[in-house]
Design a protein around this ligand. Structure first.
Ligand code: FAD
Length: 469
């Protein structure tokens, strides 16, 4: 009887433990992707980018002589219908670790086991599964450095080779057409502008990793902090959909370390930040939804998304060049440099005293590399409400941050057209991406700061001093 292999954040043939195990059984395997209750809830850009990942992976499967079956509907009911249609005796998948995913999977597993099916799940999305890393007293880690020390020498098994063949079932079940799902429906705004900035699919991701190891890993520790420089791997977009395995990234980093490449240890450490985010999301699901440090519930955050300063922040019109450049990069490319993410998050939560959830939601709508755990950890770290967070009173100064990490102001020149006689294509592309009703044009005057950085800082620190916790 066939195995239904349910794909989620693992859209690759290489180093795919569950799919390899299915292939090894020699039984027919029916690869399935579902637009289920979780996928339906994705923000505009991640949903569109997911569609591109699914399309690319379907091509990979065709390349080895098999297919990807697409179905839309709640996970359990849709899988049950497929079992019924195909006579499958097993439903297998790779595990996810974010709270809504684990909750869905638990329910699906219990129900399908009640139907007497063989239900199995496999690792592959993180280096160290959250329950395998415990403190001396058996708890979970709340601080990164001890987590890192605990895992760094543990050893990671080498990546598996690519799945080469999957036995086909006698009859294929019907598949939806991806076009009919219209996963890009909410992205008409800028899909054409954003698309050239993406690196979609397994082969492209492998190329990106190879190029990073060959040319950029050496200078990574310094270059990774410079928003005007292409100094990072750019792999987050691929890791989030599983177009490349985290193990492949780890082993590439280890090889670079053995070759004496100076930036390799920093790169390995950053990869483990991603695991740390999943560790925390798994052990404390509130990381994704509410202040991790509960006392922050009492802080006077603004929660009104329609306030004019929030709108100025989203549209890159705060009058603070670092913030505006980063917000425009986000809208026009689906990406934002990590230094930019830290600066815009600090500015929103501290200078503007807005709840980090407003920023979390905006990123969730706009990022091509949106990752539920990394995004939540990044926002709570920046706001000061998270575990191992930057303390609230550490307010990034967006002016000195720019002078320090982008002394030539390359980054605002790339992204802010107003005031430039001959703005570069990047800066102009932002205006092609935004909706008409934002009513801004490259010929407008660049705005004065909506709040002077020193006043915003003073206001935030006063609120922090007066907080009642
Ligand atoms: P590289 O520097 O090449 O790093 C390699 C990989 O290590 C990344 O792809 C990523 O998987 C991991 N990594 C690096 N830095 C971090 C970090 N600080 N935290 C966790 N993992 C890290 N990352 C996402 O993948 N998705 C998000 O939705 C996301 N939202 C963020 C929101 C905020 C407010 C902040 C401050 C950070 C966020 N990050 C997020 C983390 C980080 O900014 C990105 O992972 C990084 O910029 C991706 O670029 P890269 O792949 O070139 O990274």
């Amino acid at each position: 009887r066939p195995i239904l292999y349910w794909l989620r954040r693992d859209l690759r043939l290489s180093d795919h433990p569950g799919l390899s195990a299915a292939a090894e059984t020699g039984r027919p395997v029916i690869p399935v992707f579902l637009a289920d209750e979780i996928v339906e809830g994705y923000g505009a850009c991640p949903k569109w980018r997911l569609g591109l990942a699914v399309e690319s992976f379907a091509g990979r499967l065709e390349g080895i002589g098999t297919r990807l079956i697409l179905r839309r509907g709640p996970a359990l009911a849709t899988l049950r219908a497929l079992v019924e249609e195909t006579g499958a005796g097993a439903v297998w998948w790779s595990r996810v670790y974010e709270p809504d995913g684990t909750e869905r999977d638990r329910k699906v597993k219990a129900a399908l086991e009640d139907d007497s099916l063989d239900v199995q799940s496999f690792p592959g999305h993180v280096l160290f599964e959250p329950w395998t890393v415990a403190t001396g007293t058996g708890g979970y880690y709340k601080v990164f450095t001890p987590f890192w020390r605990k895992v760094r020498d543990r050893g990671v098994a080498p990546p598996l080779g690519a799945v080469g063949t999957l036995a086909a079932p006698q009859d294929w079940p019907r598949s939806d057409r991806l076009e009919d799902w219209d996963l890009g429906a909410a992205m008409d705004r800028g899909a054409a502008v954003v698309a050239p900035h993406l690196t979609v699919g397994e082969e492209a991701a492998q190329g990106r990793l190879g190029a990073f190891a060959a040319h950029r890993i050496e200078d990574y520790p310094a270059a990774r902090d410079r928003p005007g420089v292409d100094g990072t791997s750019g792999l987050s977009e691929n890791l989030t959909y599983g177009e490349i395995s985290i193990r492949a990234c780890w082993h590439t980093g280890m090889r670079a370390q053995e070759e004496g490449k100076a930036g390799a240890p920093t790169f390995l450490k950053e990869l483990v930040w991603r695991d740390f985010a999943y560790h925390l999301a798994f052990h404390t699901p509130r990381l994704l939804r509410s202040n991790w440090r509960e006392e922050w519930e009492a802080f006077p955050w603004n929660e009104d998304e329609h306030r004019s300063d929030v709108i100025a922040w989203k549209r890159g019109r705060t009058g603070i060049p670092f913030v505006d450049a980063a917000m425009r990069e986000l809208y026009a490319t689906g990406r934002m440099h990590n230094r930019g993410r830290m600066v815009v998050a600090s500015y929103l939560t501290k200078h503007l005293m807005c709840h980090w959830r407003i920023g979390q939601r905006w990123f969730e709508d706009c990022l091509a590399d949106w990752d539920p755990a990394n995004n939540a950890l990044g926002w709570q770290w920046s706001a000061g409400s998270g575990p191992d967070a930057s303390p609230f009173f550490r307010v990034f100064n967006p002016v000195t941050q720019l002078d320090r990490f982008d002394p030539d102001h390359t980054y605002p020149t790339m992204w802010i057209a107003e005031g430039q006689e001959d703005p570069p294509d990047t800066a102009l592309s932002y205006f092609e991406a935004i909706p008409r009703n934002w009513s801004i044009s490259p010929d407008d005057a660049y705005p004065e700061p909506i709040i002077a950085p020193k006043d915003g800082r003073a206001r935030a620190l006063a609120a922090y001093e007066n907080r009642d916790f």
